[in-house]
Design a protein. Structure first.
Length: 222
C-alpha cells in the first residue's frame, strides 16, 4: 500500500512545525502540502485532493468549519481530522456531524496524534477496493463487532430454540432435570445447552442450597 497523502492547515508556525515533526515520525504517511490560511488551503486541497487533512479551527481569513463546509460542498474526497484549541460542545458536535474522523484538542501529546493517524490508516485498509460492498465489508470498516452465531460442536439450532422457547414461556427458575422432562430431552443434553446459554449471558443461573450435598442449579431466561 502506498503512503497516505496528508495536508496540514495551521496558521501558527510553531504548531505547524510540531505537527509536521509528529507526522514525519509515522510510517505510511506523506506530507503533500501545508497552508496558513483558508483560501490558500482551499485552492491547494482542490488541486492535490489529499487522503487526509489536518485542519485547525482558527484561521486568519475564515474558520476551519467554513473551510470544512466548502470542501464538503465541492465533494473533495479527503478525510478530515480536526486539530484545534476549540473545545466547546457545539463546535465539537458540528465537526463530528460533518464527518470529521477524529478531534484532537490542543495541546496534545504525540501518542494521541499517533493513535488518530494509525486508526485512520487501519480503517483505510479495512474497506476493500470494489464496485459494490457487502454489509460485512462496511461493518468491518466501521468497527462494528458481531457476535458469532456458530454453535459449539454437538449443539444444534432447533434444539436450542426449543429450550429458549420453553424458558421464555415458563419465566420462573427451573432445574435442568425439570426442563428435560418438560421438553422431552435427556438431562445431560439440556444441561449442555443451558450452560452454553449461560456463558452467552442469555440464561441466568441461581444456586439454591439444601441441608446437605451440593447446591441445586436453577436456570431462568434473562
Amino acid at each position: 500500500m502506498s503512503n497516505l497523502s496528508v495536508f496540514i492547515v495551521e496558521d501558527d508556525p510553531m504548531v505547524l512545525e510540531v505537527n509536521k515533526g509528529f507526522l514525519n515520525k509515522l510510517n505510511g504517511f506523506q506530507l503533500v502540502g501545508e497552508s496558513v490560511n483558508g483560501r490558500d488551503a482551499y485552492k491547494k486541497i482542490k488541486n492535490k485532493k489529499p487522503n487526509l487533512i489536518l485542519l485547525d479551527m482558527f484561521l486568519p481569513d475564515m474558520t476551519g468549519m467554513e473551510l470544512f463546509l466548502k470542501l464538503r460542498a465541492d465533494r473533495i474526497p479527503s478525510d478530515i481530522i480536526m486539530i484545534t484549541a476549540a473545545k466547546d460542545a457545539p463546535t465539537v458536535q458540528e465537526a463530528l456531524r460533518l464527518g470529521a474522523i477524529d478531534y484532537l484538542i490542543k495541546p496534545f501529546r504525540f501518542e494521541r496524534f499517533e493513535k488518530a493517524l494509525q486508526q485512520y490508516k487501519n480503517s483505510t485498509k479495512k474497506l476493500p477496493n470494489s464496485e459494490a460492498f457487502r454489509q460485512e465489508d462496511i461493518d468491518k470498516w466501521l468497527g462494528i463487532q458481531h457476535e458469532s452465531t456458530e454453535l459449539p460442536k454437538g449443539l444444534n439450532t432447533i434444539t436450542m430454540q426449543q429450550i429458549l422457547t420453553y424458558l421464555t414461556a415458563h419465566q420462573a427458575s427451573i432445574t435442568s432435570e425439570q426442563l428435560a422432562q418438560n421438553v422431552g430431552m435427556a438431562r445431560v443434553t439440556v444441561r449442555k445447552y443451558l450452560d452454553f446459554l449461560a456463558t452467552k449471558g442469555t440464561v441466568k443461573i441461581e444456586l439454591q442450597y439444601g441441608t446437605v450435598g451440593r447446591p441445586t442449579k436453577y436456570y431462568s431466561i434473562k
